[in-house]
Ligand binder design. Structure first.
Ligand SMILES: NC(=O)C1=CN([C@@H]2O[C@H](COP(=O)(O)OP(=O)(O)OC[C@H]3O[C@@H](n4cnc5c(N)ncnc54)[C@H](O)[C@@H]3O)[C@@H](O)[C@H]2O)C=CC1
Ligand SMILES: O=C(O)CCC(=O)C(=O)O
Length: 446
């Protein structure tokens, strides 16, 4: 790490003490950006990176609600409005007991670069709550969402800040949040994305993050003149991103061997086919059960309390949560011949794991590039809402594919080294930064 990087990170560490995830995300970006910024005095003198690392605004609020027993429950709600240089704040809401300010600041920070990479006019934000949806009744989920929106509504708007889903927030929660927003404001607009199609959602938005991830992987493989056909793929997670990444992998001829949840993973050496995937979708989206039920039903291996990275594969897609793939996991993957890792989740690989992938010349794509398909189609949902119109599946899917291909080009443009190796991490950081930096320069010191 050079001196300027150290100085910058010292400053950020002091200002954000006790926020490890945020510091991890800023450090990862600073390490590839600062050498680039050194060659661009305009950015350096205007302290663009220092400003990008400071949220424009953070809202923290109490969310009180009554559970089914009539007891008062109190949670904490957040919205981090990180950067609005290129458009209104945009990014998901996460409901999970591990949510802290640090987690949401890291996610909002990543979102700024990711949204810029999509080429669409969206700034970066993220929000959520430490509310745990696990084991809650429908009524409790609705009550919580209504209470959450009763404060959030004054900070968001279709030209101001447009939240969407993330862990623990899907179509159901977006529905309850929207209902309360509409009731309070009396307006029907595109304030949230990830809505159901029947009332303003975009086709392909549910599929977009997983499909986009696989389109990105296919671009990475093209450089080796390879396709997904016959490739062995490990997937972690079994939520929205994991389900649709698995679906697209299967449809494009790959063999998906694993899926997981926070309690363990299943290993199906025959491959999860579309029929078995339907079982997982129903299990997770309707019955809200544990992944172990798949192993019980289909008679395959279940590894309690473990992650899938010890299984031999060609491609690994971490699609669950941050820091779920550490150095020892990366070493196992590399030793077992895995040569492509693309992040469907946000920051699932630790910095040590990323360094190991880069040293071993594994094709490694960071989430801000590889999982940008979700927010990209959210951007397309915003366009359709503004037009008061809905596009067909094929049109949206075509646009998603084109956006993922463009992001791949950007990564190559800024990330290819003299030996021809593509450092996707550097490419995504620099490529995402330039557009935001130019906008900030144009808009003066704010
Ligand atoms: N939904 C979207 O459009 C986008 C999601 N992402 C990221 O993808 C990841 C997954 O999000 P979704 O699929 O939307 O959420 P989801 O709520 O549908 O699924 C989350 C999955 O992660 C697993 N999980 C959660 N905590 C875990 C833990 N501590 N250990 C192991 N597994 C754990 C859950 O069991 C579940 O399978 C997150 O990192 C999210 O930020 C990124 C871009 C867009
Ligand atoms: O669609 C959106 O706005 C949210 C996507 C998101 O939260 C993410 O990209 O991590």
């Amino acid at each position: 790490m050079n001196q300027s990087t150290n100085r910058f990170l010292d400053l950020v560490s002091k200002r954000n003490a006790g926020e490890p995830e945020f510091l991890q995300a800023v450090t990862e970006v600073a390490e590839s950006l600062i050498p680039y910024i050194a060659s661009q005095p305009r950015y350096k003198n205007s302290k663009i990176l220092e400003r990008i690392a400071e949220p424009e605004r953070v809202v923290i609020f109490r969310v009180a609600w009554l559970d089914d027993k009539g007891e008062v429950q109190v949670n904490r709600g957040f919205r981090v409005q990180m950067n609005s240089a290129i458009g209104p704040y945009k990014g998901g809401l996460r409901f999970h007991p591990t949510v802290t300010l640090s987690v949401l600041k890291f996610l909002a920070f990543e979102q700024v670069f990711k949204n810029s990479l999509t080429g669409l006019p969206m700034g970066g934000g993220k929000g959520g709550s430490d509310f745990d949806p696990k084991g809650k009744s429908e009524n409790e989920i609705m009550k919580f969402c209504q209470s959450f929106m009763t404060e959030l509504y004054r900070h968001v708007g279709d030209d101001v800040d447009i939240p969407a889903g993330d862990i623990g927030v899907g179509k159901r929660e977006i529905g309850y949040l929207f209902g309360q927003y509409k009731r309070i404001t009396g307006t029907f607009n595109g304030v949230l994305t990830g809505k159901a199609f029947e009332w303003g959602g975009s086709l392909i938005r549910p599929e977009a993050t997983g499909y986009g991830l696989v389109y990105f992987v296919e671009e990475m493989l093209k450089d080796r003149e390879e396709t997904l056909v016959g490739k062995k793929v490990l997937i972690s997670g079994s939520g929205n991103v994991a389900q649709f990444a698995a679906e697209k992998c299967i449809n494009h001829g790959a063999k998906v061997l694993t899926m997981s949840d926070s309690e363990g993973f299943i290993y199906d050496p025959l491959g999860i086919d579309l029929e078995k995937l339907e079982f997982i979708k129903e299990l997770k989206n309707e019955r809200r059960g544990r992944i172990k039920a798949y192993a019980d039903h289909f008679g395959c291996e279940y590894h309690a309390g473990e992650k899938p990275w010890k299984i031999k594969c060609d491609i690994a897609l971490p699609n669950a949560t941050q820091n779920e793939l550490a150095l020892a996991d990366a070493e196992m993957l590399i030793n077992n011949g895995c040569y492509c890792v693309a992040e469907g989740a946000n920051m699932p690989c630790t910095p040590e794991a990323v360094a190991a992938f880069n040293n071993a010349r594994v094709l490694y794509a960071p989430g801000k590039a590889a999982n940008a398909g979700g927010v990209a189609v959210s951007g397309l949902e915003m366009s359709q809402n503004s037009l008061r119109y809905s596009w067909g599946r094929e049109k949206v899917d075509h646009k998603l594919k084109a956006i993922m291909t463009d992001i791949h080009h950007i990564c190559v443009k800024y990330g290819k080294d003299e030996q021809g190796h593509i450092n996707y991490e550097k490419g995504a950081n620099v490529g995402g930064f330039v557009k935001v930096a130019e906008a900030m320069l144009s808009q003066g010191v704010v």
